[in-house]
Design a protein around this ligand. Structure first.
Ligand code: FAD
Length: 305
């Protein structure tokens, strides 16, 4: 078992809080990290059943909030909004929103939908041009997440979160550049950030130090992927540009699927423990709409019973 896990004890009711900052402050006041889960909108009926079954089981471990992704270019707009509508009635919910290829008007309509749904925040993202519409970014009215933050801050009182990149955004020259952009987003109204997946504590602490040096003092919540399926996570890491430590890759190579699961889960659980020990305000778990690995990680790290 991973070592030095803590145990969260405070029983907070997520819906008693209006924003992510409020619930995070309540956790901080009792010296405990937040626990949150990310979901994606299902593509079909089977995916729908999986999602809601996972969601129900994950609610049982009392997350402080959840988040729902949104397809770049609005590809899954209706499904994403429907999931947000349903989740926001049961738990503090962040609606992700991308602006690539969108008009200001259509973007504001979705923001207003989120307001009516009672979300705790939106995660303001640029998104990437979809494969079937590679010029989407050029065609849209909003070119960066910063412009989306400015738009949301101008027209609503919603809390705004943004993305952060421990391994540097693929289009950025370096981390200092990302950190300056993060500081601009904070000045425009963003109050927290959630990271892309990554696999080392050092990547996270480097990011926080760089952000602070650039004047971005907002809390940065690490996104952690439970490694229950090593092959799948290695593929996802390659796509996002996150480096998996060579030592871990070598262990996966020498293992069968069952052993690789054990190695991967132990690694990601220890990563969560070490991140909290290094000062992370909470852990945001990428669930991929499955409950078992997410609960195993949260429980192993002492984030739930
Ligand atoms: P931006 O902040 O616009 O940054 C994009 C690039 O432009 C960066 O290199 C940045 O440094 C540069 N840049 C931005 N503003 C400026 C500026 N003012 N001056 C100079 N350079 C600038 N994608 C989805 O499609 N749906 C989702 O639901 C989703 N959820 C995500 C959740 C998290 C936690 C994370 C980390 C990512 C998520 N993404 C999602 C992926 C994200 O949309 C992509 O990583 C995208 O490429 C960048 O988004 P961004 O919001 O960081 O963009």
């Amino acid at each position: 078992m991973p070592e030095t896990s803590l145990l969260r004890k405070a029983q907070l009711k997520s819906l008693d809080f209006a924003t992510i900052t409020e619930v995070a402050s309540a956790r901080k006041a009792v010296n405990e990290p937040t626990l949150s889960f990310e979901f994606f909108p299902p593509k079909d009926e089977t995916g729908e059943a999986n999602l809601w079954s996972a969601f129900d089981k994950l609610l049982e471990v009392s997350p402080d909030y959840v988040s729902v992704t949104y397809g770049a270019g609005g590809s899954n707009r209706e499904r994403s909004l429907a999931v947000v509508d349903r989740m926001a009635k049961q738990v503090l919910t962040i609606g992700h929103l991308t602006c690539v290829g969108a008009t200001k008007q259509s973007t504001l309509e979705i923001v207003q939908h989120f307001e009516r749904a009672g979300v705790g925040a939106i995660l303001a993202l640029r998104g990437d041009s979809p494969k079937d519409d590679p010029d989407a970014l050029d065609k849209g009215e909003l070119k960066t997440a910063l412009e989306l933050v400015e738009l949301v801050a101008e027209f609503t009182d919603l809390e705004i979160g943004v993305a952060a990149f421990p391994e540097v955004h693929p289009e950025s020259p370096n981390m200092e550049h990302d950190s300056k952009v993060l500081a601009l987003k904070q000045s425009a109204g963003a109050t927290f950030a959630v990271t892309q997946l990554f696999f080392s504590v050092q990547a996270y602490t480097d990011l926080v130090a760089s952000a602070n040096a650039a004047g971005a003092s907002l809390p940065i919540v690490p996104g952690v992927m439970p490694i229950s399926n090593a092959k799948q996570v290695v593929r996802m890491a390659e796509l996002s540009g996150a480096a998996i430590p060579a030592e871990l890759l070598a262990k996966f190579d020498a293992a069968d699927d069952e052993q690789a699961r054990e190695i991967g889960m132990q690694y990601s659980t220890q990563l969560a423990i070490d991140l909290v020990a290094a000062g992370a305000p909470g852990i945001h778990i990428f669930t991929l709409n499955h409950h078992a690995a997410a609960i195993e990680l949260a429980r192993g790290a002492g984030l739930c019973r």
